[in-house]
Structure formats: C-alpha cells, structure tokens
Design a protein around this ligand. Structure first.
Ligand code: NAD
Length: 541
C-alpha cells in the first residue's frame, strides 16, 4: 500500500545544448546522423505491442535529399484501426486503474531517457525526416518533448490536488478519472514534440490512445514509440497506425468507444473532423472531447518608435526558422512608413546571407520544406505574386526541387493590406509586408485584426508604452500568444502556454493544466458521516 502523498520532482526546462564546433553533443549527433543514413528501417504499425507488417509499404526520404532512401513503413487498413481500438480497450482495463505515481514515473523516465541516451537519435531522426537543422531539432525533439513530459507530470498532481471544501460533518472529494473510451491522436509533421505530446498527455491522465502520425513524420514517430516502450509504457496504451486519413477517420468516428480527439494540424482538416463527430453523436456514450490546435497567420506589427534592428531580427528569425513551417511563424508584417525602408533593407541583407541546404551541413540555416505538395503550394504563391502589380519581391522568389524541396526564403511587399498572401496561411519561407502610414497606427491595428480568420501568435514592437497598451487592447482576440518586443515563435513549455483561438483552434494550451483537464472526467463524492433520521426541517415547527 502506498500510504503517502508523494511530491513529484519540480519541473524545470531542459537546457538547450549548443552544438557548437568541438562540442561533444555535435560529435555525437553527427555520428548518429551517419549511422541512421547507413541503415534502412522497416517500420511496422504497433498495435497492442505487436509489430504489424503488411505487404503494402511506402518509401521514406529526407525532404532535402529525395534520392536517399531512409526505409519503408507498412500501411494498414480499416481492420488495423479496429484492431488498435480493441487493443486500447484491453489495455484500458489495467491502465485506467494504474496508480498515478506509476504513470508519472513512466513519463519522468521517458524525459530522462530523452535527455540522455535517446537525445541524439531523436534529434538525428527529426533532422533527416523533417529537414530541421541541429538547433531546430534540439529545441523541438529534445527540449520541448522533455519539458512536455516533466511539466505535465507536475500539472497532473496539481489537478489531482485541487479539492472542494467540506462543511461540518461532511467530507467532499473530487476524483479525476480518465475518459470512458479511447482518445484519437492526430498529429502534424512539423514538431516531433507535438506528436509525442498529443499521445502522452491523455495517456498520462490514464487514457488509452490510437495514434495517427503525419505520413511525413512516421520515421521520427517510431523513435518516440521506442522511447515510450523503454520507459515502461504498457503495450496497448498508445498504438501507432499508418492508415489513410479518410479510412481511419471513418473507422474511428464510428466507434462507440471514441471519447476524444487530440488534433494538431490545419484548420480545414479540423473543421471536417468536428463535423463528422457532430453527425455521429448518437453513436457515442458521451460528448467526445474535441481539442485542436490549428492554422495561423501570425503577425508582427512595428510602431513608429520601434528600433529597426530589433524589428528586422525578429522578422528574420520569426518568419524563416524551420523554413517558416512553425504554426507560430510570422507570415505578415505591418511596418510604419517612417522606418519601413530601413527595416526592409536590414531584412533583405540578413535573408540573403542565409545558407540553404541539407541540415547535415551544420552551416546551413535554411533547409528543405517537408514534401512536394507543400513545395508546389508555396511555388504557386510565388508565381501568383509575379502576375500581380500590387505586390513585388524584396528578396527570394525562386525554388528548385531537383535534389530536395528547396524554396528560397521570400519577402514580398504589397500595397494592398488584403493581398492574398497577407490573409492566407502558406506554411513556408514566405513573408508578406504591408507599409502603413506612420500616423495611422490604430487603423493598421484594426486592419490587422480583421484581415485573417486566424488568431494564433502575434508581436508588437514599440518603445512607447501607450502604443504597446493600445495594441494589447485592440488585438485582444487576434492572438492566443501575444509578444511584446519579441518574435512570435519559440514558446517554452511552462513559460508561455501555447494555443490560439478563432480559426486557430480550441485554445486548450498545450503543455498546461487546461489541456490535461480535457482528458479527465471528474466525479464529486459527498460523504455524510451522520445522516439525518427525520425529514422535518426546524422551520416546520
Ligand atoms: P495537416 O492538417 O495536413 O495534417 C495534420 C494531420 O491530420 C496529419 O496526421 C494528417 O495525415 C491528418 N489528416 C489529414 N486529413 C485528415 C482527415 N480527413 N481525417 C483525419 N486525419 C487527417 O497538417 P500538417 O501539414 O501536418 O501541419 C501543418 C498545419 O498544422 C498548419 O496548418 C499549422 O498551422 C498547423 N499547426 C498548428 C499548431 C498549433 O499549435 N496551432 C502546431 C503545429 C502545426
């Protein structure tokens, strides 16, 4: 019997390693990349702990080197989805009753394994599979994933400790039990840590999960599965399936055991999932939890008082790191007419100094975009600009997919605040800038607020407190993560809980207690020590 109230270790953010020349972590990572490149993997689905291979395989390639073959993954069908659902329901019998301290220990162990022996492999897999440079891989696949595991454990105990008051003769308690069926985790390509967290957060709270990773992230997804296994996660708690999106959605959303979806990806897909769940509502035991973090059209606005160098650096890092494929990446910028030319000259100089190529060469700042579909979409936007006379290139505007999916970081300046690329999510190294009249700051803020359906991240640069306050007030609904004199990317777990509203999602803040609360049902228990024995109240006397 565990007769104690345990404290979990206080969560701290994992320090980011530098990978500077001569550092041991750089050497280890380079050796791991070479090892992975010399190995061809054969990735099965993992259902109830069993490795499921089909005779239908799909080849995987680094986005920056499409001629290189990383290996194959095995593709399943509706039967495999049903098998995964059955595996969750079997695992649930034990997992839902596993003491919280054991669940905590498994994810704390996963964090320590990743901080140590799994770090190089998780980073190398992310670099090869998603074309991230060493630093971008480190802050995502190592540090953010470790932070999710550690902080979520702490938040779980804070949730459990939240208890109602009791009046004399009565004891009130609150229990937080997992959902009654399984959770469906659908994950995007762009963050290995998000993929892990969308499965791990519900599982930590006692839930069982069917996981569908993005096809372009399956390679690093399997390193996550290995990590969970080594950390001691029982078979069947998280099951990974590689099944076509429409087939899996059709099967999952018809299951009476479906209890919730944990989604990160584009707004269009999320809207479709929500509608299907609504249509099938009668099939379920309860109202499924629908949690989705979706698209963005993230902004930077500079006030006349802003320092041009600070604004330019925020634009360059905020728009182009990881090729603009962060949901938080700046993709529209509003500059005041007094400093716009100076800022754009600085941006152009920085952007044209970027080295572009494979992440295996550590001097490259920019790597490839994820796949041909994404490459073609961004190239189409570039071609669109060429046909217009209300927009022009400041820099970039070229692309080449002969060796990998490379797009030159592109800055477009428009005279139309509602230009297509000021409003639509592009998800690549493509930034559009609009210059507003310096004395029309409030009009620019209102324009910004009304020209996109999204509300994920945004930043205001100013040295004037009143101007900062005006932006903070007028843009209240324009971003779930709002930055003052900082770039709109780089949220850290435990420091800037992340998520947006409007068409950017349900704003349940990944890596925060709000998110974990979506994966529990609570039961209030009232116990009366000496029950009354007469129905008459005194006032009747
Ligand atoms: P995506 O929407 O194309 O895919 C996301 C996942 O949904 C993938 O696993 C995909 O296979 C799956 N999917 C697609 N259609 C489906 C269907 N009909 N039924 C079930 N599953 C389906 O997104 P992506 O290209 O992987 O990621 C980029 C998008 O994700 C961008 O829009 C970006 O803004 C968003 N994103 C948002 C956040 C956030 O926190 N708000 C974080 C990361 C990415």
């Amino acid at each position: 019997m565990a007769n104690a109230f345990f404290n979990v270790p206080t969560a701290v953010n994992e320090p980011v390693k530098s990978y500077a020349p001569g550092s041991p972590e750089r050497k280890e990572l380079q050796e791991m990349i070479a090892k992975l490149k010399n190995t061809t993997v054969d990735l099965p689905m993992v259902i109830g702990g069993k490795k499921i291979r089909t005779n239908k395989t799909v080849s995987m390639h680094p986005p920056h080197e499409i001629a290189h073959h990383l290996g194959n993954y095995h593709q399943g069908d509706a039967q495999h989805v049903n098998d995964a659902i059955n595996a969750t329901m079997e695992a649930r019998k034990t997992w839902a009753n596993t003491p919280w301290q054991d669940r905590a220990a498994i994810f704390l162990k996963a964090a320590e394994l990743l901080a140590g022996p799994y770090r190089a492999k998780m980073n190398a897999a992310t670099m090869l599979c998603q074309s991230k440079n060493a630093f971008q891989a480190e802050i995502d696949a190592a540090c953010e994933m470790i932070d999710f595991f550690r902080f979520n454990v702490q938040f779980m105990t804070e949730i459990y400790a939240e208890q109602p008051i009791s009046s004399p003769g009565i004891w009130n308690r609150m229990e937080y039990r997992p959902l009654e069926g399984f959770v469906f985790a659908i994950t995007p390509f762009n963050f290995t840590s998000i993929a892990a967290n969308l499965c791990a957060a519900p599982a930590l709270m006692g839930n069982v999960v069917v996981w569908k990773p993005s096809n372009t992230q399956i390679y690093s997804a399997h390193v996550i599965m290995d990590l969970f296994k080594e950390a001691g996660l029982p078979d069947g708690v998280i099951n990974i399936v590689h099944v076509n999106s429409s087939v899996i959605a059709d099967t999952i959303f018809k299951s009476p055991h479906f209890s919730g979806v944990h989604f990160t990806g584009s707004t269009g897909v999320f809207n479709q999932l929500w509608k299907t769940i609504g249509t099938n509502l009668e099939l379920y035991k309860g109202y499924p939890r629908i949690v989705g973090e979706t698209g963005g059209k993230d902004f930077i606005i500079a006030h006349r008082s802003a320092d041009p160098r600070e604004v330019a650096t925020a634009i360059v890092r905020g728009a182009f790191e990881y090729q603009g494929q962060k949901c938080s990446a700046a993709s529209r910028v509003y500059l005041p007419s007094n400093t716009a030319d100076e800022i754009l000259a600085l941006v152009k100089k920085d952007v044209e100094s970027f080295k572009i190529g494979s992440p295996e060469d550590f001097s490259n700042f920019i790597n490839a975009v994820i796949d041909e579909k994404s490459f073609d979409k961004i190239a189409n936007y570039i071609e669109y600009v060429k046909t217009r006379d209300d927009a022009d290139f400041v820099c970039g505007g070229t692309y080449d997919k002969s060796k990998g999916y490379f797009i030159t970081p592109t800055v477009v300046k428009t005279t139309n605040p509602l230009f297509r690329t000021m409003c639509e999510e592009i998800f690549g190294p493509f930034l559009t800038v609009y210059v507003y009249e310096v004395d029309k700051y409030e009009e620019a803020l209102e324009m910004l607020d009304n020209s996109s359906e999204y509300a994920l991240t945004g930043a205001i640069f100013s040295k004037d407190r009143a101007a900062i306050n005006t932006a903070t007030r007028l843009l209240e609904n324009a971003a779930g993560n709002f930055y003052i004199n900082d770039k709109p990317t780089g949220a850290v777990v435990g420091q800037q809980p992340f998520g947006g509203a409007r068409a950017s999602g349900t704003n349940d803040k990944a890596g925060a207690p709000q998110n974990l609360m979506r994966w529990v049902n609570s039961r209030t228990i009232k116990e009366t020590f000496v029950p009354p024995t007469d129905y008459r109240y005194p006032f009747l006397g």
